[in-house]
Design a binder for this molecule. Sequence first.
Ligand SMILES: *[C@@H]1O[C@H](CO)[C@@H](O)[C@H](O)[C@H]1NC(C)=O
Length: 333
Amino acid sequence: MGCSHLGFLLLIYYFLLVVLASESPKSFPIMAFDVGYTQLFGSDNMAVHREGKLVHLSLDERTGSGFVSQDLYLHGFFSVSIKLPADYTAGVVVAFYMSNGDMFEKNHDEIDFEFLGNIRGKNWRIQTNVYGNGSTSIGREERYSLWFDPSDNFHQYSILWTDSQIIFYVDNVPIREFKRTESMGGDFPSKPMTLYATIWDGSDWATNGGKYRVNYKYAPYMAEFSDFVLHGCAVDPIEHLAKCDNPQSSEAIPTGITSVQRIKMESFRKKLMTYSYCYDRVRYKVSPVECVINPQEAERLRLFDPVTFGRGRRHHGKRHHRSRISQAEATTI
Ligand SMILES: *[C@@H]1O[C@H](CO)[C@@H](O)[C@H](O)[C@H]1NC(C)=O
């Protein structure tokens, strides 16, 4: 395939993603920071601007920083716009997540967006993960590249959590749908959680497993947050009962993915997903129960990273040989 031909296809693809992403299906009320959130740690490194419309969290050699929602929620749609720090950000981690780890040490639930910094010239990577009832021995991570540079501008990152599924969105494009299955048992988050946003030093694992550490020569690293949406069922912290006294507002929580959104999601995952636990043959000889293996996805990831996503010892001969050829082809493109 000629170089210009490939370039043209890429251009069309990015154009489509931008056009599709700009269509906003539903908007929820945006709240001022102080109405829904409060400071968590690193108070010197957190600043609230423009009457609570904008919050800066920074990381320097002394500390990171973070904020937390005032309420606990059982289900809902939770969203924030983030502009990540630019240039050299190796080892820097920014996270937007839900957890109840402070209340349930041994059997906590968690739903994560994690942004992993990178060396200069390489983009941030984004990771999603889910834990239910302390299922931390099974990592359910997925990683992706984005179709934009997340340090250039604000982009919206959202979590939809219902009793039957979890959907992660970037700019209203669903990027992951995590469905509750019966065989999953307690591994699906089912207890009330609070929302968190943090920036911290993840030198030990964030960039190539700790190969590139945070370089404080470039500090402070600052992440910006705006458009705070906490559209969920707030829960009484003592009784753990949901106080959804406005049924209209809970009805407004989206209940699934439309067919148009599903096309966008599939297109995103086909092009930009770079890791999925479901295909990780180093960690899981047998995929966790909820995994639905898509042969094309498996093949694509295997070409991308033959060690992690290889098929192990079961396949020999012709098949193996063929895959090596296509691997070589993949490198030359
Ligand atoms: C969650 O974990 C606790 C403690 O390990 C256990 O008693 C409970 O049955 C679990 N719940 C579910 C739904 O699996």
